[in-house]
Design a protein around this ligand. Structure first.
Ligand SMILES: [Zn+2]
Length: 503
């Protein structure tokens, strides 16, 4: 950090500040990053606010430090300085997003002088037992690395109205929010717009310096206790800049990492009209809300809810909910519609199935009845078949007498169709006709007996009326011959009898 001066630096020091020309080896110089325009957070009882150094105040201070300001320990203006600022520049630095001005200061310390014999004589300081070379060594070692600039802010400007925050015209309080013409809330902050350099200090650390200054003991470690205290002047911390009289200088201790502290050299304060408490509370809660307003805005925006000011949140949320509800209702209606259509489809399907079922039932009933009918018919057909087989067997017996094997013929006939049975029967009857024709004179007894046993054939046994009549004639003649009765009478009686249904 520290080094011997360049020829240019030494030339400036010797021409501008030193009473007797200094040699390079006597001089220790170092440069300090003194200040920038990054807002510094502070808090009031209204909430957080910022103090921002403008480029203009940086240039004010640059002039002052270039002219030479004392180099002190911990802003203690009651002790002799051990160094001096001899130059200062404002340079633009690129911070990754934009260029912003930075104030640098150059300091020098003289570590020793020479006596008349040319011997080195160390220069003492009022900081404890420390010599200037001790401080230079401390800076080189990094133990005294922190510096802080002390200056007066001559124009602390209100960001709401642009007036000096201490003036009557400004009714705004740092940390409070005020509604702008467009309805957006804006916080009252302070711009340090103009100022005058006072001193530059070496401090252990900003936190240590702050603690000590607030107690009124501005000192570096190593200072003897009997040197402190009574001869120190107390500084008065400003907790409310609006209560500082306009003619009371506002002193600012600013360090790059430690923020700003505001002081006055006297305890004078004025009363400002307090705003009524309920309003303050309301605005305070509003300010709490607005600290996070941007975050809230962003979070809501991600959910599709947009608003520009805090008062619009409820309406925006309501609108969004209403839209959401409408969307949900629409979706539900669509679902219902779909379900309705589905239901109608299923219902129609059910109707169709019912009809089908009904048709099927009718069909089944029809088929059942048909089946019953068919069964009856089948029964009738079976009965007819049995009767036909029986009649065929009888015809066979008539035709062949005892030679006719009834059982075997029964088996045989049961394999035949109705048509075949009829043919078979007709064939037997044909045989019988032939036998009848050839047996008029010689009639077998058994056959007669058979006939007398009323084993007659009836009308229904014959295919044609003619066959029946032939049969009746045959049997009548047989009976008449057997009984010695009249053929005509027997024919008539037999015809009547056999025309009836079989009993
Ligand atoms: Zn104002």
């Amino acid at each position: 950090m520290g080094r011997t001066p360049t020829p240019e630096q030494l030339q400036r020091i010797n021409s501008k500040f030193a009473k007797t020309p200094l040699k390079p080896e006597q001089v220790y110089v170092f440069r300090t990053y003194a200040a920038d325009t990054i807002p510094i957070r502070r808090s009031s009882w209204f909430g957080e606010y910022t103090i921002t150094m403008t480029e203009r105040i940086l240039r004010d201070l640059q002039k002052g430090y270039a002219e030479g300001c004392p180099l002190l320990a911990s802003h203690n203006v009651n002790r002799l300085p051990f160094g001096l600022t001899f130059d200062s520049v404002v340079e633009y630095q690129y911070n990754g997003e934009e260029s912003s001005p930075v104030l640098y200061t150059d300091q020098y310390m003289v570590t020793h002088t020479y006596d008349d014999d040319g011997n080195k004589v160390p220069i003492k300081t009022e900081v404890g037992d420390m010599k200037v070379s001790d401080i230079a060594n401390g800076i080189d070692a990094g133990t005294l690395a922190s510096t802080s600039i002390g200056f007066e802010i001559t124009r602390p400007i209100c960001t709401i109205c642009g007036h000096d925050i201490r003036k009557e015209q400004c009714s705004h309080w740092p940390g409070r929010y005020y509604e702008m013409d467009d309805g957006t809330p804006k916080r009252c902050d302070i711009l340090a717009e103009a100022g005058e350099a006072i001193e530059q200090s070496i401090v252990y650390s900003p936190a240590v310096a702050k603690a000590k200054i607030q107690q009124g003991f501005s000192q570096l470690t190593g200072e003897r206790s009997d040197r402190g205290g009574t001869e120190e002047k107390t500084v008065y911390s400003i907790d409310d800049i609006k209560k500082v009289p306009l003619d009371e200088p506002v002193v600012c201790h600013y360090s790059k990492n430690g923020g700003v502290e505001l002081f006055t050299r006297s305890p004078r304060r004025i009363e400002r009209k307090e705003e009524n408490l309920s309003n303050v509370k309301e605005m305070n809660s509003m300010s709490d809300t607005n600290v996070e307003f941007k975050d809230i805005q962003l979070a809501f925006a991600k959910a599709g809810i947009n608003f520009d000011k805090i008062g619009d949140i409820q309406a925006a949320v309501s609108a969004a909910l209403a839209a959401e509800s409408e969307k949900a209702t629409e979706a539900l209606n669509k679902q219902l519609e779909a379900k309705g259509a589905e239901l109608a489809r299923v219902s129609a399907e059910l109707d169709r199935l019912k009809t089908d079922f009904s048709d099927a039932q009718s069909k089944i009933m029809e088929l059942t009845s048909q089946n019953e009918e068919l069964s009856k018919k089948a029964e009738l057909a079976e009965q007819y078949r049995k009767d036909l087989i029986e009649a065929t067997i009888e015809a066979g017996i008539r035709a062949f007498g005892n030679a006719f094997n009834k059982e075997r013929q029964e088996k045989y006939l049961s394999t035949l169709s109705i048509e075949e049975l009829k043919e078979e029967k007709a064939a037997y009857e044909g045989q019988f006709q032939e036998r009848f024709a050839g047996a008029r004179t010689t009639k077998p007894k058994q056959q007669t007996r058979t006939a007398t046993n009323s084993e007659f054939m009836y009308r229904s046994d014959f295919e044609t009326e003619q066959e029946f009549r032939n049969y009746v004639g045959y049997e009548a003649r047989r009976l008449a011959a057997e009984k010695g009765t009249n053929v005509a009478d027997e024919t008539e009686a037999l015809f009547r009898k056999l025309s009836q249904e079989r009993v």
